[in-house]
Design a protein around this ligand. Structure first.
Ligand code: PHE
Length: 360
């Protein structure tokens, strides 16, 4: 009996190792371990044995079953691995192939504007920074000098999550891109010149507000930075973005907990046949919030306010897109209506460049 078992095990393991595909392997499994399988039969035969016989044969039969089970598992892993390799090999894409017309799809105006912003600010020496959309309380509020009791909290209509941060406070959907200021100052040494475009969230919904919207944050930290640098940077950016030299800005004193002084920036426009046309100074429209980074915010990020100064601004991207490309209802941006996308979308292969006019 003993050598029969050994012979049987050698045969079975040989067939299992030779199984060429999952179906063949499954057939071997059924033949050995299935209801009518050879190993199952041996296990059943234990019941009819004398106690002595069972004591000597039992462990051998169980060992056989274990050896066969392990061999099947390892053959299965090898076959699965090979199948994955084959799939990966056949599913390769050649990214260098030319795109076949007609091109389907278009670039959403928000993506287009983000590309334009990156292009304009890259020319001014800024790089693009990002941060998480699910933020902890400290990055979204605390480090920006908006403590829990601060009235500015109420202005943000925050979406709170069930998840909590390390201090047990609920995580939030970031209400602005300003937490990226904090993350950047923590992660890199000044001088810092970044913009941070991205999604932001507030519980708000009408023709000019959607619960998810987009902002671009700007942050400069260097030595000897003044409000004058802020004004020049915004003017240069907006002239390039709107592609006109007669863009006029008006800086109004304002308040944000994380900047001092704070300025709200209005842009001038004229009315032509009832439509707002940017440029001139007949009428004013609020465009963005900004200011000099508050010394306490610098200190919160481990920077010495006596050595480093800076400015920051935050601007709605959706608003920028509407002004430049003439949409009037923000909600249409997120309806996914193909007719709207075909009308306002941009050709997929057009990359904004300063030389071509960023919005070309
Ligand atoms: N985070 C502010 C907002 O969302 C805008 C802002 C950014 C103001 C940077 C000043 C400086 O309203």
């Amino acid at each position: 009996m003993g050598s029969d078992l050994e012979q049987m095990q050698r045969d079975m393991l040989g067939r299992i190792a030779a199984a060429a595909d999952p179906a063949a392997l499954e057939a071997e499994r059924v033949a050995a371990l299935g209801k009518q399988g050879a190993v199952t039969g041996l296990l059943k035969s234990l019941g009819a044995m004398s106690p002595e016989e069972r004591q000597s044969e039992g462990p051998r039969i169980h060992a056989l079953r274990e050896a066969v089970t392990a061999a099947i598992a390892s053959r299965k892993a090898a076959l699965d691995g090979a199948a994955l390799e084959r799939r990966l090999a056949t599913e390769q894409l050649d990214m260098t192939l030319p795109v076949a017309p007609p091109l389907q799809g278009s670039v959403h105006p928000i993506s287009q504007v983000m590309d334009e912003l990156a292009e304009i600010f890259a020319d001014l020496g800024f790089s693009v920074a990002t941060g998480p959309e699910i933020e902890d309380d400290w990055h979204n509020f605390g480090a920006l000098e908006i403590p829990e009791t601060h009235p500015a909290r109420a202005m943000h209509d925050t979406f709170y999550m069930d998840r909590t941060d390390a201090e047990g406070r609920p995580m939030v959907l970031r209400t602005h891109t300003s937490p990226v200021q904090i993350r950047t100052m923590q992660a890199q040494k000044p001088p810092i010149y970044i913009i941070a475009p991205g999604r932001t969230y507030r519980s708000d919904n009408d023709a000019t507000h959607t619960p998810m919207f987009h902002q671009v944050e700007g942050l400069v930290i260097d030595r000897g930075i003044t409000l004058g640098h802020l004004k020049w940077t915004l003017e240069t950016f907006l002239k390039a973005y709107f592609e006109r030299d007669d863009v006029v800005l008006r800086l109004r004193p304002s308040y944000f907990p994380f900047t001092e002084p704070s300025v709200e920036v209005d842009v001038g426009y004229t009315l032509q046949n009832g439509r707002r046309v940017l440029g001139g100074a007949d009428h004013w429209m609020e465009l963005l919030g900004s200011g000099m980074v508050h010394p306490r915010v610098l200190a919160n990020c481990g920077l010495d306010p006596d050595e480093w100064q800076g400015f920051a601004f935050g601007c709605g991207i959706d608003r920028l897109a509407m002004l430049k490309y003439g949409m009037d209802d923000l909600r249409a941006f997120y309806d996914g209506d193909l007719r709207w996308l075909r009308h306002y979308g941009f050709r997929a292969l057009d990359v904004p460049t300063l030389s071509g006019g960023v919005g070309a």
